[in-house]
Design a protein around this ligand. Structure first.
Ligand SMILES: C[S@@+](CC[C@H](N)C(=O)[O-])C[C@H]1O[C@@H](n2cnc3c(N)ncnc32)[C@H](O)[C@@H]1O
Length: 510
């Protein structure tokens, strides 16, 4: 039997993540912000494919929150697919199918034509041969007007840390007899010692030292897939755009909302310089140099249609938004390439107040009393900035949210049950925004306690933890006694009741 991994790490499973940019609502918003036609997303059924889906949590949450969609997701790692199929079956989701196919097998499979083909965290980590297969898939299986979400590591942002990754691989190779986790630990430990020994590389590259500190905090599962693959290619956007042009794709928009607001990304001088670059692919690449980009999330279209300015305004005016943080936790500072930005309280507070009542469209916000005077541009910009900083998200219309609710409820019920024994999925799915939201294990268990009609919420969570001999870790210290654990759970319950629960109710989860 040949090695099915193509040099891809299979020894450690990938981390369970949800990438909200891949959902239809976010794709639509980001396309609209660049006057790109999102009508592929209104196909019925919406046929959505994901290549290299990992544990499939993003795809599963898209399926649950878009019951009218038909989701086909593949990953050649059987452990990933077995887990993904189990979760979808437990939640009785009928509109998602997982395949244990390599890209070559998926290309040869009997599949429909797709409106969306998405791949996250894949293109930089596979061989040139596999990238070509993905382009063949896009050429053969994406409908005209169809969309491709693709993310990849880019230069110049990655440049300072590139040599460190090479050394991690080489140091790891020397310990091949050891399991992957130990190889990663050994390599990181050695790099740490090099830094302490004042290696010239770290002196000349302070960014690399920062990166090393950041790496230490990641899970070994994430690091194995990010750093230890045989294949690892850093791209320039213009090269990816040229490669994908062979599959008839054109760059449509960044899939990251914050990228669409120039003032938080570029100085005036930078904006002027950028405007002088006429070739779109080179301009986008120059932009990556301006912001020192290291990871891109792009949307390409097969046969890109542009909207008129009027169509764009109309479609954005009809776009609904919801808050994704408790109103009382709204942060009026956010980090962007230009640095930390203070968000104007007199704009953001009233926008957040209006959204806190219920999700609203841009047009509804514009009609609301304190916001009327601000005008369309200011309100839209505030919504985009809130979305990019994870404090808001595009929302489904009420009818779509109602239809999604029972499917999301079933998936959430399975995830809450799972939280009894595992903390690996820190997400639940919202029928209001049509996407996963981060909800930690404690909150999931507290929701479960409420669902089961438990009166003593903290006591219930403690009974779950103590039965498995688990203790709470607080500020790096394990709380040993039952009294300490219960007191901490009571404090967390108060926070849950005051902030998390109302938010989860608003998002259609609780
Ligand atoms: C870094 S993970 C990303 C997983 C998922 N997209 C996410 O972001 O959570 C890359 C995934 O691609 C899968 N993969 C790599 N090469 C593949 C191939 N040739 N065919 C199918 N899947 C592949 C791996 O098994 C892995 O689950």
């Amino acid at each position: 039997m040949s090695d099915w991994t193509s040099g891809y790490v299979a020894e450690l499973e990938y981390a369970q993540g949800v990438y909200r940019e891949m959902g239809p609502g976010m794709l639509r918003l980001n396309l609209l912000l660049q006057q790109a036609d999102p009508s592929a997303l209104t196909s019925t059924p919406l046929r959505y494919a994901e290549l290299g889906c990992g544990h499939g949590l993003t795809a599963t949450m898209i399926a649950a929150s878009h019951p009218g969609a038909e989701v086909h997701a593949t990953d050649f790692n059987p452990a990933h697919v077995a887990g993904a199929r189990k979760l979808a079956a437990q939640a009785n989701l009928k509109n998602i199918q997982f395949y244990e196919h390599s890209f070559a097998e998926f290309l040869a499979a009997d599949l429909p034509m797709f409106d969306v083909v998405a791949l996250h965290g894949v293109y930089s980590w596979i061989s040139a041969e596999n990238r070509a297969l993905i382009r063949d898939f896009l050429y053969a299986k994406l409908k005209p007007g169809g969309l491709c979400y693709i993310s990849y590591n880019v230069l110049p942002g990655w440049a300072p840390a590139m040599p460190m990754r090479k050394l991690m691989i080489e140091l790891g190779e020397g310990n091949r007899a050891q399991p992957m986790g130990a190889r990663i630990d050994g390599a990181l430990d050695f790099l740490g010692q090099m830094q302490k020994a004042n290696a010239g590389y770290f002196k000349a590259n302070p960014m690399a030292a920062n990166r090393l500190e950041g790496i230490q905090k990641h899970s070994r599962n994430y690091l194995a897939h990010e750093y230890m693959n045989r294949d690892w290619t850093l791209f320039y956007h213009c090269d990816v755009a040229r490669e994908l042009a062979g599959a008839k794709l054109t760059f449509a928009a960044s899939a990251h909302a914050g990228d669409h607001v120039d003032i938080v990304n570029l100085t005036v001088d930078q904006q002027q310089l950028l405007a002088s670059v006429t070739d779109p692919a080179v301009r986008e690449t120059v932009r990556d140099f301006m912001v020192n980009q290291q990871f891109r999330r792009d949307i390409f279209a097969k046969g890109l249609l542009r909207l008129s300015a009027q169509e764009q305004v109309q479609a954005l005016a009809n776009t609904r938004f919801a808050l994704t943080v408790p109103r009382s936790s709204l942060a009026l500072k956010a980090g962007f390439p230009v640095g930390e930005v203070n968000l104007q309280a007199d704009v953001y507070e009233p926008v957040a107040d209006a959204l806190a009542e219920k999700p609203k469209s841009v047009a509804e916000l514009l009609a609301a009393e304190p916001l009327k005077a601000m005008g369309y541009q200011k309100i839209l910009q505030a919504l985009v900035i809130l979305t990019s900083s994870g404090q808001a998200a595009p929302a489904l219309d009420d009818k779509a949210a109602r239809e999604a609710k029972p499917h999301c409820d079933r998936l959430n019920a399975v995830l809450m049950e799972r939280a009894r024994t595992s903390a690996d999925i820190a997400y639940l799915v919202s029928p209001v925004i049509g996407s996963g939201v981060q909800v930690d294990r404690f909150s999931q268990l507290m929701l479960l306690a409420r669902k089961l009609g438990q009166k003593d919420i903290a006591g219930f969570v403690w009974s779950v933890l103590s039965a498995q001999n688990q203790r709470i870790l607080k500020e790096g210290k394990t709380l040993e006694t039952p009294e300490e654990n219960l007191a901490e759970l009571k404090a967390r319950e108060a926070d849950f009741t005051a902030k998390t629960l109302p938010l989860l109710a608003y998002l259609g989860i609780a």
